[in-house]
Design a protein around this ligand. Structure first.
Ligand code: 13P
Ligand code: SF4
Length: 301
C-alpha cells in the first residue's frame, strides 16, 4: 500500500478530517478533504462533525480550531510549523498599548498566538478584515501583528484612526517591486494579483489585492489569461488545477514559506496513526481567546 492509500484508510477508520491551507505542498493539498484560506478553514474546522482534525498548516491555524472546538482532537502534523509573524506580537506590550488607548477596539489578524487573541476584541483574516473593521463602532483601532495588512485596511477606512503593530510576514517581504516590473515588461497583459501581507510598494503595482482564496476566485472569474501571482507559491497548485488554460507567473523565486512546507505525507500518516502533536491549551487561556474568534464568525455571519 502506498502512503496515500495508508492515509486514506486510517482517516476513514478514525473518521478524521484533513484540512490543508493553499500554501501546503501539492501532494498535501491533494490528500486533504478541504483546501482553503485561513477564514474558510477556520469555518470548516468549527462546523464539521468530525471529532478529529488533521490541520495541515501552521500552529496558529490548528490552535484557532482547538480554541473554537475544545472537544475535538486537533493535530498539527508538523509540530514545529509556526508563523514568524504571529511570534512578532506578545501580550505584555499589547496590554501596555491598550492602556494608552482605552477607547480603541483591539483587532488581531488570525496569524497571532492564543495569548494575543486573548487580549483582543475581534480576530480577522485577510478576507474579512475590511468588512469587520468597518462594522466596529470604535473610531480608534489597534491592529496587530501585520502592519502591511493594517496599512492596506487603514487606507480604505480613512474615517478611523489606526494604531499599527510593526509585524510582517518574512515570506511576503521578500518580493521586490523590481521583480514585478521586470515580469510585467515581458508579460504586458498579465494582471498582478497580490496578497495584502506584501509591502505597500508591491501592493501599489497590483490590479487586485486579496486573500489566497480571493486571489484564486479572482483568477477563475477573470476574462484575462495571464496572471502574475504575488503570494506564497503554494497557491499555484489550485490556480493551475482550476484554470488549465490560463498562465501564472511568479516574480523571482523567493516566495516560499518554509513553515508551510514542513508538512509531508509521512507526517500526516504518523500523526493519524499515533494521534500525535495534539494541540492542548490551558482552559482559562482558551476561554479568553475564544471571544475574538467567535466575534469574527459572528461578524461574517
Ligand atoms: P489567507 O489564507 O487568509 O490569505 O492567509 C495567508 C497566510 O499567510 C496564512 O498564513
Ligand atoms: Fe506566517 Fe507568512 Fe508563512 Fe503565512 S506565509 S504562515 S504569514 S510566515
Amino acid at each position: 500500500m502506498n502512503i496515500t492509500d495508508k492515509i486514506t484508510e486510517l482517516k476513514e477508520q478514525k473518521n478524521a478530517l484533513i484540512l490543508a491551507h493553499y500554501y501546503q505542498r501539492p501532494e498535501v493539498q491533494e490528500i486533504a478533504d478541504y483546501v482553503g484560506d485561513s477564514y474558510y478553514l477556520s469555518k470548516v474546522a468549527k462546523d464539521s462533525p468530525n471529532k478529529m482534525i488533521i490541520f495541515c498548516g501552521v500552529k496558529f491555524m490548528a490552535e484557532s480550531a482547538k480554541i473554537l472546538s475544545p472537544n475535538k482532537t486537533v493535530l498539527l502534523p508538523a509540530s514545529d510549523a509556526g508563523c514568524p509573524m504571529a511570534d512578532m506580537a506578545s501580550s505584555e506590550p499589547l496590554a501596555a498599548l491598550k492602556k494608552q488607548h482605552p477607547d480603541a477596539a483591539v483587532v488581531c489578524y488570525i496569524n497571532s498566538t492564543a495569548e494575543v487573541k486573548a487580549e483582543c476584541d475581534v480576530c480577522v483574516t485577510s478576507s474579512n478584515a475590511l468588512s469587520i473593521i468597518r462594522k466596529l463602532p470604535n473610531k480608534k483601532i489597534i491592529f496587530l501583528p501585520d502592519k502591511n495588512l493594517g496599512e492596506f485596511i487603514a487606507k480604505q477606512i480613512p474615517e478611523k484612526e489606526f494604531i499599527l503593530w510593526n509585524g510582517f510576514c518574512i515570506t511576503h517581504k521578500k518580493v521586490t517591486p523590481d521583480s514585478i516590473k521586470e515580469l510585467k515588461a515581458i508579460k504586458k497583459d498579465a494582471l498582478v494579483l497580490t496578497h495584502p501581507e506584501c509591502e505597500s510598494a508591491v501592493r501599489d503595482l497590483s490590479d487586485f489585492i486579496g486573500s489566497t482564496g480571493e486571489i484564486i476566485s479572482y483568477a477563475k472569474k477573470s476574462k484575462a489569461s495571464d496572471f502574475i501571482i504575488v503570494t506564497e507559491q503554494g497557491v499555484l497548485h489550485q490556480l493551475k488545477k482550476e484554470n488549465p488554460d490560463k498562465n501564472f507567473y511568479v516574480p523571482g523565486n523567493t516566495m516560499t514559506c518554509i513553515n508551510m512546507k514542513k508538512t509531508c505525507l509521512e507526517d500526516i500518516y504518523e500523526c493519524l496513526k499515533y494521534e500525535s502533536n495534539s494541540i492542548e491549551l490551558d482552559e482559562e487561556l482558551r476561554l479568553k481567546a475564544l471571544t475574538s474568534l467567535e466575534n469574527m464568525h459572528k461578524y461574517v455571519g
